[in-house]
Design a protein around this ligand. Structure first.
Ligand SMILES: Cc1cc2nc3c(=O)[nH]c(=O)nc-3n(C[C@H](O)[C@H](O)[C@H](O)COP(=O)(O)OP(=O)(O)OC[C@H]3O[C@@H](n4cnc5c(N)ncnc54)[C@H](O)[C@@H]3O)c2cc1C
Length: 499
């Protein structure tokens, strides 16, 4: 088989026309898994990706550079509703996996059961288990060894163990990780197994053409059947359209993520008979708790996210960040640079029932994003922050900021933490962040209430499939990349088998 190519704006000729069995829009978790699976079945594939392809040597490990080059909306997308919620998604060859923390969880059984029962899902736990296994093998997923987790995670584990909590080291797709803690700025050592390092190159070796810096804008549909995609090739620095490329394809897979896929459908006025395109946005909001110890923690040293504790409807996960994020996130009057090395941090991420929407606003404009939290979710954050404070004190913390970033004062005991986190804590006191957009084109058996069938094919356009985080019927409840890749693999395998 002739290998394919990874092209960029400098080597895609004006007026390029390609033909393929499948055109895939987006090269992230879903798109890479579809390309990998379809090329395994011998199909020809073109992947269109609006972000750039980055080598380790291209990366600058500074948030300002990373937000500008590696994130959608330059890292400043915000959901506005009854709270203000910053939201992140990647924009690069590899999609959000290029900037993610490499956390790997399988979809919990109870969520798969719920989707079968309430959303007509054929993706039972028995059917998903081998798909999870295949993806984990393809991505070299392994549990974080303690020596790479290092002090921030090990200190949290010490507290969790003292309290006898249900926790463990996090499994990650980072076979060459050295624990430098900057995954979210792009992996500078190449040690992370984002999909640009595994699924995509394997697809290219089997003939896939990946066109980066190429923004898909029109889905070609003829008599109710998808026939291809037209895209703009973008100039590198201005990201301005230079010329067009057309892909004629037997089928089209939208894998542009829960922000990109609904916008593409909206601008093409497709598949919205249910009114659900762009609705139902879930993001797994998270809130941080900081702690200070007499001992040195050196939180920046070690894997970005190394240890978790499970709670009902929430997960507590340790995390690191660069110093500027911490300085911005803590009251400077109580903190100074010399103390940074004594700081420890953990987040509480929830399976949100609060939700929002995304709406395309026109070519070159940022989308309008809404998000409303609700009381059930607010309570989960209160319980999560109390638990985080409890764990840090059990580990020997001298002080805890129960809600980092809100200017809450430091507390010095669990009782003070609970007093600072009353049952009726106003939602406005939470400072949330969401980086797992999902569910904006949800699947379901009924075209009156869902955008696509559980097979991924849209209800309204034949041979137009969706295979990314947007098809989940609601929040999956765990870091979603393994769920997305496994489901996308299952969808693509069925298409390859049945046409
Ligand atoms: C900072 C951060 C940390 C995270 N950490 C973790 C983690 O540790 N573990 C985990 O499981 N999950 C994590 N996630 C989430 C996870 O990476 C995503 O849920 C997952 O990658 C989403 O897959 P997707 O296929 O839906 O979309 P994406 O992976 O986001 O890929 C979509 C791609 O489509 C492209 N695109 C969009 N519109 C167009 C268009 N019109 N034309 C061409 N291309 C287009 C985008 O540029 C993007 O590259 C994290 C996410 C972020 C942002």
């Amino acid at each position: 088989m002739t290998p394919g190519k990874l092209l960029d704006s400098t080597n895609i000729a004006p007026g390029t026309r390609l033909k393929a069995d499948a055109c895939i829009v987006g090269s992230g978790a879903g798109g890479a898994a579809v390309a990998h699976e379809l090329t395994k079945a011998g199909m020809s594939v073109v992947v269109l990706e609006e972000g750039r392809s980055f080598a380790e040597t291209d990366l600058v490990t500074k948030p300002s550079w990373a937000f500008r080059h590696l994130y959608q909306g330059r890292g400043i997308q915000v959901g506005r509703g009854n709270i203000v919620l910053p939201m992140a998604a990647g924009r690069a060859v590899g999609g959000s996996t290029f900037v993610n923390s490499a956390i790997c969880f399988r979809t919990p059984d109870h969520v798969l059961d719920e989707w079968v029962k309430d959303h007509g899902s054929p993706w039972t736990k028995e059917r998903m288990a081998p798909l999870f296994g295949e993806i984990e093998t393809a991505l070299d997923v392994a549990k974080t060894p303690p020596e790479l987790a290092r002090k921030n995670s090990l200190t949290f584990k010490r507290g969790a163990d003292k309290l006898g909590l249900d926790g463990d080291f996090i499994s990650r797709n980072a076979p060459g990780c050295v624990g430098c803690g900057v995954c979210q700025l792009g992996c500078p050592t190449g040690g992370k197994g984002s999909v640009d390092k595994n699924l995509l190159p394997r697809a290219i070796s089997r003939g896939a053409m990946v066109l980066s810096e190429t923004h898909a804008h029109t889905i070609l549909v003829d008599k109710g059947v998808a026939r291809g995609v037209v895209a703009n090739v973008l100039s590198r620095d201005e990201e301005a359209p230079m010329h067009e490329v057309t892909v004629e394809a037997e089928r089209v897979f939208l894998c542009s993520g829960a922000f990109g896929t609904p916008q593409l459908l909206q601008r093409n006025k497709l598949c919205n008979g249910s009114g659900q395109v762009g609705q139902n946005l879930h993001v797994h909001p998270g809130q941080a708790t900081g702690a200070i110890f007499d001992e040195e923690i050196r939180y920046w040293d070690g894997v970005t996210q190394g240890y978790f504790v499970h709670m009902d409807g929430a997960i507590l996960e340790t995390f690191t960040g660069t110093p500027e994020l911490y300085i911005a996130g803590l009251p400077l009057g109580q903190m100074n640079l010399g103390k940074l090395k004594h700081l420890a941090t953990v987040g509480c991420m929830i399976r949100d029932s609060g939700h929002g929407s995304i709406t395309w606003q026109g070519e070159g404009k940022l989308p309008s994003i809404t998000y409303d939290t609700n009381d059930a979710d607010r309570k989960k954050f209160v319980l999560g922050a109390r638990m985080n404070a409890r764990i840090w004190f059990a580990a020997g913390a001298k002080g805890v900021w129960p809600l980092m970033s809100t200017g809450t004062s430091m507390v010095t005991s669990e009782a003070e933490a609970i007093a600072a986190l009353p049952d009726d804590l106003p939602k406005e006191r939470l400072v949330l962040y969401g980086s797992h957009p999902q569910s904006t084109c949800k699947f379901g058996p009924d075209k009156a209430t869902s955008v696509c069938k559980p097979t991924g094919e849209t209800h309204e356009v034949e041979k137009l499939y969706i295979a990314d985080g947007s098809i989940f019927p609601n929040a999956v409840g765990v870091n979603p990349q393994i769920s997305i890749m496994s489901l996308a693999t299952g969808i693509a395998r069925d298409v390859a088998k049945h046409g």
